[in-house]
Design a protein around this ligand. Structure first.
Ligand code: PEP
Ligand code: MN
Length: 365
């Protein structure tokens, strides 16, 4: 059988003149361009901290009408000013054909596609069509708001099929219902799977939108770098408390400088002998785990048989909540978080129910 061809195979590395390709790429700037003064003050502070790529949203996709929806075209002139005065490259969000044309015409270097847009194939196709023939433009695609890796890859494929080759992904987390620690859940396994499927695709982390709070920017950034992400895009504003959008997650250029300077960039060339050994241990543990799970499922099937013979309901709510709460207490005593154990036990229980239902539905031979 012919080997499956890797998708997005010949995308180009995201290198920029004057930016060290061996260091993580850092993009910073306000959520939104608000005024010429705010844009330039922020840019000056960032340039002083050594930031080489300036971001600012000109057109803002807001959840509800009535919010600040961006300054529009005039913001592009301020971005030109940033470039002229500081020499930084500029990046902005585009969501339709008109935005693409205006951004390219005014010399924006990097376009990014927001999470609400990458979730929309019609908008993605319109943007891809507008970019046809602009092979050299850099486009960063945020993950869609919902955790759908195919939709994320699909958005990038539309650009690729239109001839764009400088493509990168931005992981900004996924929407969930209710209040959580993170504004958008990281679900790190999704970018990991993206990296497995498209190893040459640069992936940048957006700790600002993921965490939604200033104090999470540092820890999330460190985690992303430890996981081998290729860069960070961080929101920074000269007066964060007065920001017209995403005030809680923006930091001053000075704070950003501090955060970046405390990040540890791991050496990928270190001896990996001990790591190999530890990974072998992990493989053994996983093997044990799978064996135990399979034994547990065999018992579930026996229980299914019993319930079938006695015409009993598969799920007994009382037993279920007792099990989850007991295990989560036990797990906490063993040094794991209650949330983690609940997630694991819910998944195990779900599979167990599925197995029991399979037995119950089996016709007698
Ligand atoms: C942004 O980067 O300001 C933005 C709107 O982000 P997202 O699309 O990730 O919500
Ligand atoms: Mn924002």
């Amino acid at each position: 059988m012919a080997e499956k061809q890797q998708i997005l195979q010949d995308i180009e590395p995201l290198t920029f003149v004057g930016i060290d390709p061996k260091k993580p790429l850092v993009i910073a700037g306000p959520c939104s361009a608000e005024s010429e003064e705010q844009v330039l003050n922020t840019a000056r502070g960032l340039a002083k901290s050594g930031i080489k790529i300036f971001r600012a949203g000109i057109w803002k996709p807001r959840t509800k009408p009535g919010g600040f929806e961006g300054v529009g075209m005039k913001g592009l002139l301020w971005m030109q000013e940033v470039k002229k005065e500081t020499g930084m490259l500029t990046a902005t969000e585009v969501a339709n054909r008109e935005h693409v044309i205006a951004a390219l015409d005014s010399g924006i270097d990097i376009l990014w596609i927001g999470a609400r847009t990458s979730a929309n194939p019609f908008a993605m196709q319109e943007i891809a069509d507008a970019l046809r023939g602009h092979r050299g433009v850099t486009v960063l695609v945020k993950n869609p708001v919902n955790p759908d890796i195919e939709l994320w890859i699909g958005a990038m494929l539309r650009l690729y099929n239109a001839g764009v080759r400088r493509i990168g992904a931005i992981h900004r987390g996924f929407s969930t219902y209710g209040d959580h620690l993170y504004r958008n859940e990281p679900q790190w396994h999704i970018p990991i799977e993206l990296h497995r499927r498209v190893p040459n695709l640069p992936i940048i982390c957006d700790p600002s939108h993921m965490g939604g709070k200033r104090e999470l920017i540092g820890p999330i950034s460190q985690q992303a770098l430890d996981m081998g992400f290729n860069g960070l895009i961080i929101e920074s504003h000269c007066n964060p408390d007065a920001a017209l959008s995403d005030a809680k997650q923006q930091v001053t250029p000075e704070s950003l400088n501090l955060i970046i300077n405390t990040l540890v960039i791991r050496d990928t060339k270190q001896s990996t002998e001990n790591l190999t050994l530890l990974r072998q241990h992990i493989d053994e543990c996983d093997n044990d785990l799978l064996n135990i799970l399979s034994r547990r499922m065999a018992i579930s099937r026996e229980i299914g048989q019993y319930k079938k013979e006695h015409n009993m309901q598969v799920v007994q709510a009382q037993r279920y909540s007792e099990m989850i709460s007991d295990r989560s207490k036990q797990g906490q005593e063993m040094g794991m978080s209650a949330e983690f154990i609940e997630t694991v036990m819910q998944a195990v229980h779900e599979e167990s129910v599925r197995q029991q239902i399979e037995i119950i539905n089996q016709k007698a031979l």
